[in-house]
Write a protein that binds this ligand. Structure first.
Ligand code: PEP
Ligand code: MG
Length: 403
């Protein structure tokens, strides 16, 4: 395929922060992609190129300048070939020269172009490329936001209701649970009552003075709806006290004490998974928790593994986790995100595909999760349209797959 024209511009994400949008043109075909952006980012992620003022003008100029010039000189047989070319063109281990945001925008739009050329839905093109069996992921619906996504009104970053089954029934369950919780919160949360604050990812963000209260609420929802369970993203990088301990609700905990908290929560509540229970390089703490919770609850790496096949391999050697979060922008290309899924599946672990806390209307992650047959998808709460778009796309895919 000859990509003749590339446009790129800066658009606002859900936090109003600039991010990159790319449009590719090849003959009659054209495809667009926009790139999400994280807030609780791991230090081992590929580099999102930001200008001194927080803008993405340099990344945009890299797409319309060097990348467009080099791509126009070539004909690509596949999206994989194009990604390989982009990775070599950048020629840094972390995509810091051209920017992971610049490269991923082109990579996703190119995947869409090749799917169009083949005349197949995006999820199918991804499944063929990844050699995976497509299928509906569990919905990890973020019903309460805390941590850096909500000024620490709750200690952990994400309180999630995991909904199993076909997307249409899982989403109906999530909607009922989300609405019920929204109606209950004003009378039980701390503060003045009235409107419930919302967090970055479109979930509620109440305040409580005990660690357990949000789990009691989630457990009540899980008891009401079969096929549901609880997950959290502790995002423990953000809980560090600057030494080797963690702070929750103004109290300091050593790693083993934090491990005991998780253990007690899993014993008491119907848990499905715990993401980033410790900071990004605390491998031995991950190993201990994974061993303690084996068969009871998945331990998920996010900042710990950063969608990087090499870090996933190292985690496998250590036996540190049982599931991996897959965020394409942590690694910066569709090709490497697929390799991260492969490394995850090779380890016998669950892959959970994820949006970022700063999102756009782009629904690529829905097709990606379905295409690779992911264990789950984190697409946020039901109170923000950029999150709902991903769930709507999964509903469309359900219909496409039945045809
Ligand atoms: C996460 O930590 O899983 C997440 C989605 O948040 P962010 O995009 O801020 O990393
Ligand atoms: Mg996370």
């Amino acid at each position: 395929m000859k990509i003749e024209r590339i446009e790129a511009k800066s658009i606002p994400d859900t936090r109003g922060k600039p991010t990159v949008e790319v449009t590719l043109h090849a003959g009659e075909l054209s495809a667009r992609a926009s790139v999400p952006s994280g807030k609780s980012t791991g230090s081992h992620e590929a580099k999102e190129l930001r200008d001194a003022d927080g803008g993405v003008e340099t990344a945009v100029a890299n797409v319309t300048g060097e990348i467009a010039r080099e791509i126009a000189l070539r004909d690509f047989a596949s999206a994989d070939e194009l990604d390989t070319f982009l990775i070599a063109l950048d020629n840094t281990p972390d995509k810091s020269r051209l920017g992971a945001n610049a490269i991923l925008g082109v990579s996703i739009a190119a995947q869409r172009l090749f799917a169009q050329q083949a005349g197949v839905p995006l999820w199918k093109a991804i499944a063929e490329r990844a050699k995976t069996t497509p299928g509906a992921p569990r919905l990890y619906v973020n019903v309460m936001n805390g941590g850096v996504h909500a000024d620490f009104r709750l200690p952990f970053q994400e309180y999630i209701l995991v909904c199993e089954g076909k997307t249409s029934s899982a989403l109906a369950t999530a909607r009922a649970a989300f609405e019920k919780l929204g109606a209950e919160l004003p009378s039980i949360m701390l503060g003045t009552g009235g409107d419930v604050p919302m967090g970055d990812e479109g979930g509620y963000s109440p305040t409580f003075d005990t660690l357990e209260k949000p789990f009691e609420l989630l457990a009540a929802l899980a008891a009401e709806h079969s096929g549901t369970s609880i997950a959290i993203d502790a995002a423990a990088n953000e809980l560090r006290d600057g030494k080797s301990n963690y702070i929750l609700l103004k109290k300091t905990y050593a790693p083993n004490e934090l491990g005991m908290i998780y253990h007690t929560l899993v014993e008491r509540f119907p848990f499905h998974s715990i993401e980033d229970p410790f900071s990004e390089d605390a491998t031995q703490d991950f190993v201990r928790l994974t061993d303690a919770l084996r068969g009871k609850c998945l331990v998920v790496g996010d900042d710990f593994t950063v969608t990087n096949p090499e870090r996933i391999e190292a985690a496998r050697e250590a036996g540190a986790i049982t599931a991996v979060l897959i965020k394409p922008n942590q690694i910066g290309s569709v090709k490497e995100a697929i390799e991260a899924v492969e490394a995850t599946h090779d380890a016998g672990w669950a892959a959970i595909c994820s949006h970022r806390s700063g999102e756009t209307m782009d629904t690529f992650i829905a097709d990606f999760a379905y295409g690779v047959g992911a264990h789950g998808i984190k697409a946020g709460g039901l109170g923000q349209k950029q999150r709902l778009e991903k769930y709507e796309r999964l509903l469309e895919i359900e219909k496409e797959a039945e045809r």
